[in-house]
Design a protein around this ligand. Structure first.
Ligand SMILES: [Zn+2]
Length: 255
């Protein structure tokens, strides 16, 4: 059984075909899909999707690129939703210094607030980074507690940054479909990341793996990314998924 830990199924191009997308996912062995919010509105939308579809679970929070158009009231309202039975994580939060849509100060403030929520509700935090792994690691270190669990999703840091992340014992790393692209040059990062610290994700509708490059990504395509990881790590597909499943249950205890 596979868990897609990161799929934005509320994007209109996915939402309009949701039934077929979930059917294809199930057909490929995907049992559960975590849908991460980017703001208050999508947090509410995901809660209602999760109430209609057994497979769908929620990560609730404000994305760093959306911090600019959200205020502290959004965080308060999101907090009220975290006790929902299908809310399994806080996020996605983090820092994005590439698009630079929200000011650094606001991104940092929202990141810290969401780490506080994760600790208070004993939920893992889902972290987006772009050109910002060092700052994200620093913020985690400053706010670290034994109870804090987290996922660096769509990891694109260096070997050194990976080892910093792996120093946080209850933190996990996941990779997207771009690892199947010809120009992907970070094979060593995947080799350096033990399966025991990995999760699986698609980041749908973004970053579809080969052979679906150029299309809208969807959870069923996850098998191509997993196959590529197994090929790189010279690991057997079934035993790799066994390891990932134990990881999923350790980090997402409400799943
Ligand atoms: Zn995302």
């Amino acid at each position: 059984m596979i868990t897609d830990t990161h799929a934005h199924l509320y994007y209109p191009e996915l939402l309009q075909n949701l039934d077929e997308i979930l059917y294809r996912a199930e057909d490929k062995g995907i049992e559960k899909i975590i849908v991460p919010a980017v703001d208050l509105e999508t947090s509410r939308q995901i809660i209602s999707l999760s109430e209609k579809h057994d497979m769908i679970y929620c990560a609730l929070g404000v994305h760093p690129c959306d911090a600019a158009k959200n205020d502290l009231n959004s965080i308060d309202e999101i907090e009220k939703l975290l006790s929902h039975e299908k809310a399994v994580a806080v996020g996605e939060t983090g820092l994005d210094y590439y698009w630079d849509i929200s000011s650094k100060d606001k991104q940092l403030e929202f990141f810290r607030l969401q780490i506080e929520l994760a600790k208070a509700y004993e939920l893992p935090v889902i972290i987006h980074t772009r050109n910002s792994v060092d700052d994200a690691v620093r913020i985690i270190r400053e706010n670290y507690s034994e109870k804090l669990k987290g996922q660096f999703h769509c990891f694109s840091g260096t070997k050194d940054q990976l080892s910093e992340v792996l120093n946080f014992e209850s933190f996990y790393v996941s990779f997207c479909g771009n690892i199947t692209y010809k120009n992907y040059s970070d094979i060593e990062i995947i080799l350096d990341c033990p399966a025991e610290r990995m999760l699986t994700e698609t980041d749908s509708p973004f970053l579809p793996p080969v052979p679906f490059r150029g299309k809208k990504n969807e959870p069923s395509y996850i098998v191509h990314t997993i196959e590529k990881i197994c090929m790189i790590k010279k690991t057997d597909y079934i035993s790799f998924l066994d390891t990932i499943n134990s990881n999923v249950h350790r980090i997402f205890s409400k799943l």
